[in-house]
Design a protein around this ligand. Sequence first.
Ligand code: ZN
Length: 292
Amino acid sequence: MNTAPTARQWEQIRQRVKNVIEGPNTDIDRFITDVAQHGQLSPALLAEYPVLVDTRRARLVEAVVRHALGGVDRADGEGNRACVVYDYPNDQLIGTVLDTGQTFTTDDPRQLADWLFAAGVRHGRVSMPDWREGDIAPFTGDKIALHHRLNQLGRQESGEQHEQMTTHQEYASLSPELTMQLYTDYPLIFPHRPPLAVADGWFDLLDTLCWRLQAETSNGGPQVVVQQVKEKFGGLRFYPKQQNDAQRGMIDMAQALSFRICEVCGDRGRHIGPGWERTRCAAHESDRGEYA
Ligand SMILES: [Zn+2]
C-alpha cells in the first residue's frame, strides 16, 4: 500500500492495532499516523501515552502498522507473518499475527507456536527482537523451541513426517559440592540460594558467567541477583533481577554457548530434539544428568 490507505483499509488497520492495544479511535489513529510518518512510534507520542510505556506492546503496534502499510504481498502462499516479544516482568511470550493483530500470551513457546500455526502463521515467517533490544528479546531456547514446533507442524501439515511430541520435562540439578561452591564464591549473586537445576557439565559456564558478572559490578554495573537457574529445552536459563547491557550480553552469550556444551560432562555437545530436548556429547545422549 504505497498510496494513502482508503477509509476501509484504515478501519482494517485500526482493528488490527486494537487487537494489540486498547484505546479510542482517536488515539489509535494517532499511533497509525505516527508510525506511517516515522517508521516507528516517536518519543513524543510514547511520552504522551502511558499505555505505550510497555515497550513490548509498543513494538507490536509498530510491527502491525508497518506490515499493514507495507502492503506485503501475501499471495506467496507461505502463510501469515508474526512478531514475538518477551514480557520480562511476567516471564511470558507475546505473539502477534501481523496480518490480523491477533495476540497470544503464554510462557510456553510450543503452545504459542500451536496458536500461531492455527492462526495461519508458518515457519520462517516469525520475527523476534534479539538481545541488543534489551529485555523484550525472547530467550534463545524459547526461539529454538518455537521454530522447532512451527517447523514440525509444517511438516505434519504437508504429510512428510509424523512425530510424537512429548511434554515430558526432566530437570537435573547441580551436585551439592558445586552448588555450595557457587553460593560461597558469589554470595551477592545468590543471596537467596535458588536451586541450580542444571547438570554438572555446565558448572564452568556458570562459574565463568558469575565471575564476569561480578567483575562488571565492581566496574560500576548493577549487582546481579539471580532468581532462577535451570535448563529448559536443552539450554541454560539464567534469570537475573537487575542487569545492564554488558551483563545482558554476557548472559545471552552463556545461554547460547550452553547449546554447544554437554550438560552432563562439559565436553563439546550438540542440541538434540525435538521431543526430549537436551544438549549432549555422543557418550551422554541418553544420560538424564540427574544427580543421584
Ligand atoms: Zn558428555
